[in-house]
Design a protein around this ligand. Sequence first.
Ligand SMILES: [Zn+2]
Length: 82
Amino acid sequence: MNIISSKIMTHADMQNLQVKSKYKKVGHSFGLLKSVGKQYCHKCGLIALNNEISRWAVGKGCNYHEHTAWITTLNRLTKMRN
Ligand SMILES: [Zn+2]
């Protein structure tokens, strides 16, 4: 029960996040991670997996986790697996 409720942010939390967030898109710098055969970013360490959350993060740049939609996107996409 607590796990589910802690995932959901209140509207106040969202506004607070937007105030704190200083998101500015910085493009990834991908290179091949030979050990797993995947593209990964030298700057932020993101590994581009073939799933929706990875594609979203790739599109948003290195500071994707500072994007105002990050938490809601994460919640939305992780909820689909439950
Ligand atoms: Zn990056």
